[in-house]
Design a protein around this ligand. Structure first.
Ligand code: NAD
Length: 475
């Protein structure tokens, strides 16, 4: 069966289709409709028509409906996790965690929206002023393939909580769970037109949504180049846009760190979703006195990882596509050609023949200016560089165009807080690493990692506009 667009509560099946492949085998998994400008146009119209009814729905009722979406996501957790694992190739345990987080987004925003107050700023005696949070109207959401279930809910839940109606364009490589979310939302009582989903290609449905004149706000998660083009399209319509882009996030390890605690977390930060995580720990900055212990400990952990099809629940699954695997392969080959030491990687680790697998890869002695240390590989690859002083660590951490997250591993509070202050990143973790989690914590980048904040209470600010009302009292 072809997976539909969901527009105004209807399942739309007409027109051409797109194949969706199973990354664990390379075989056909499913098909979706290939969304066109007309589908996007119909979805924007449906969202527009739903806006008045939805924004005037009492807060308590909207909150109840969001909570019901959370319940249904929890009810269908196993089914959604399996679907996500098949569609993205990610290990089942990680897909289950994504399903839990998806549900938590709706639950969290169902709760916080009811305590999302305006202000009454101080003013002269004859003035009473207050602010209200007003929805934008129709919000456009462009979602990547790496965490469709999580990122779909991350942007949808706060957007509709504050009264917007949404049009979502999932990624062509992994659209299935986002289409399911729209269907579950209808079952939960979200009125038709409040959440519309149109699958399709980025250059067609995606570009149509980004440039549509009926959109009032855009939320984009994906690559820097496409993000920039979406922002240009939004600028032409004078529409605000939130960009959640890539990263080259460092784990920064000092000799006093508890390595028994740190190393498994560093490995997880690097291989989660096969490294196809915007906030992956793809750089390792290690103080020279800790280098031998860190590199040999990581090599051992990486060599012990199980590798296989996502639904079989290994430690490491495949990459999303042959194109992505080729990209990572070439990038690692260039790093090895440049003379960096491959401690673990292609040649020393066996991966399944079928599907789009790439081995866990640890490169040491990497020049911090090298491509592999500065650009996203978006695979299970970490580039290690040593440093000597705290100042060196800060300057290396800030040495790329990105600034999404960073982790500092030390028992020294001064060092930890100094780096938390000085490292340019939207999130800094001290003795832990938070890729993917943290519904409650504001998330987003600096520099080329993007702008705007999602997650946390801050997402309600992002998806609403403040209106000031000022009354003059005549005595
Ligand atoms: P991508 O930019 O190719 O695609 C993202 C989405 O944009 C997809 O839905 C795609 O169809 C759509 N798209 C493509 N071309 C478009 C166009 N011209 N106009 C409008 N939409 C278009 O990125 P990707 O390959 O899907 O995802 C990987 C990238 O996303 C990585 O760089 C990663 O770091 C980043 N990412 C960031 C976050 C974050 O929260 N910061 C999360 C996940 C992924």
């Amino acid at each position: 069966m072809t997976q539909p667009a969901v527009v105004n509560g209807d399942l739309i099946m007409d027109g051409e289709t797109l194949d969706v492949l199973d990354p664990s085998t390379g075989n056909l998994l499913d098909r979706t409709i290939r969304g066109t400008f007309e589908h996007i146009d119909a979805a924007v119209d449906a969202a527009r028509a739903a806006t008045e009814g939805w924004r005037h729905t009492p807060y308590a009722r909207r909150s109840q409906i969001l909570r019901r979406v959370a319940e249904l996501l929890r009810r269908d957790r196993e089914q959604l996790a399996l679907l996500e694992s098949r569609d993205t190739g990610k290990p089942l345990t990680q897909a289950r965690a994504d399903a839990d987080v998806a549900s938590r987004y709706f639950e969290f925003y169902a709760n916080v929206m009811e305590a999302y107050f305006g202000h009454s700023p101080p003013a002269n005696d004859d003035i009473i002023a207050y602010t209200r949070h007003v929805p934008f109207g129709v919000t456009g959401h462009i979602i990547p393939w790496n965490y469709p279930l999580q990122i779909g809910c991350r942007t949808l839940a706060p957007a509709i909580a504050v009264g917007n109606c949404a049009v979502v364009k999932p990624a062509e490589n992994a659209p299935l769970s986002v289409i399911k979310i729209a269907q579950l939302a209808l079952e939960a009582g979200v009125p038709p037109g409040v959440i519309n989903v149109v699958p399709g290609l980025g250059s067609e449905a995606g570009a149509a949504l980004a440039g549509h004149k009926g959109i009032d706000h855009l939320s984009f998660t994906g690559s820097v180049s496409v993000g920039a083009s979406v922002a240009k399209a939004a600028a032409d319509n004078v529409v605000p846009v939130a960009l959640e882009l890539g990263g080259k996030s460092p784990n920064i390890v000092f000799p006093d760190a508890d390595l028994e605690q740190a190393l498994p977390v560093i490995v997880k930060s690097m291989i989660q979703n096969a490294g196809q995580t915007c906030s992956a720990g793809s750089r390792l900055l290690v103080q020279e006195d800790a280098r031998d212990a860190v590199i040999s400990g990581l090599a051992q952990l990486l060599a012990d990882l199980s590798i296989g099809a996502g639904p079989d629940d290994p430690d490491l699954g495949p990459l999303i596509s042959a194109k992505q695997r080729d990209h990572v392969t070439h990038m690692v080959a260039r790093a090895v050609d440049a003379g960096f030491t491959q401690v673990v990687g292609p040649g020393n680790v066996t991966v399944p023949d079928k599907g789009f697998f790439f081995p866990p890869t640890l490169l040491d002695d990497v020049d911090p200016a090298a491509e592999i240390a500065c650009q996203e590989a978006f695979g299970p690859v970490v580039a290690a560089t040593t440093f000597s002083t705290v100042d060196d660590a800060i300057s290396l951490a800030n040495g790329t165009d990105y600034g999404l997250i960073a982790a500092v591993w030390t028992k020294n509070l001064d060092t930890a807080h100094l780096l938390a202050e000085e490292v340019h990143a939207g999130q800094v973790y001290l003795n832990t690493y938070g890729a993917g989690g943290g519904v409650e914590h504001a998330f987003g980048g600096v520099k080329k990692s993007g702008y705007g904040r999602e997650k946390g209470v801050e997402a309600l600010d992002a998806f609403s506009q403040t209106k000031s009302v000022v009354l003059k009292i005549t005595r």
